[in-house]
Design a protein around this ligand. Structure first.
Ligand code: SF4
Length: 189
């Protein structure tokens, strides 16, 4: 079983999304909002290519965009928006549409990229950046022991849910109206 870094974010949004994806193997069309988001993502990546590194507070790093990464050992595969490649450190950068107060899912997704980077490139990757497109705010995330432990614990939970086919409770039914799986949840209004 191979997870995608985005699964960590989506599990915390609603664990049923991951259940549907891996247990029922449902393929659903993206919502209009998701399609608009990926268009904006692409445009933002093009703009970001021409910008300096000043706002990240670092120098002498090369930007690379849309890098696909895979590690059997990490049981992960996914595409990171940007990697800042330095001599010793490779730093993952994830572009997000809007800043939200509960960013644990974003942090664990970003950390998953750093684990992939370490395996694929054999480089240090001890921190990363979240870039919020709506405000252009940048948040530096340090991958400390707490992040690692949250990641490992969530990964176990996800595998347990999938392997034992434990259908999860929804986290928050207010989120259903924006969810691409709404037609599969019988208990949503
Ligand atoms: S419709 Fe609601 S309960 Fe169902 S997967 Fe989506 S967010 Fe979760």
């Amino acid at each position: 079983m191979i997870l995608n870094p985005v699964d960590f974010k989506n599990y915390l949004y609603c664990p049923r999304q991951i259940y549907y994806k891996y247990v029922y193997k449902l393929e659903v069309d993206p919502t209009v909002k998701m399609l608009a988001g990926s268009d904006i993502h692409l445009i933002f990546s093009r703009i970001e290519k021409r910008r300096s590194l000043k706002k990240y507070g670092i120098e002498n790093f090369k930007k690379e965009f849309g890098i696909k990464l895979y590690s059997k050992e990490e049981m992960l595969s996914g595409e990171v928006d940007m990697i800042l490649k330095g001599e010793e450190d490779f730093i993952p950068v994830d572009f997000k549409m809007t800043e939200i107060s509960f960013i644990e899912g974003y942090v664990l997704q970003l950390y998953s990229y750093s684990r992939l980077i370490k395996k694929v490139f054999n480089k240090k990757s001890d921190y990363g950046f979240l870039v919020f497109i709506n405000t252009e705010k940048i948040k530096k995330i340090i991958f400390d022991e707490e992040v690692e432990s949250q990641y490992l614990s969530l990964k176990n939970k996800i595998f347990e849910m999938i392997n034992y086919e434990k259908f999860p409770e929804a986290v928050n039914y207010d989120r259903c109206s924006e969810c691409e799986y709404i037609n599969f949840c019988g208990d949503t209004e």
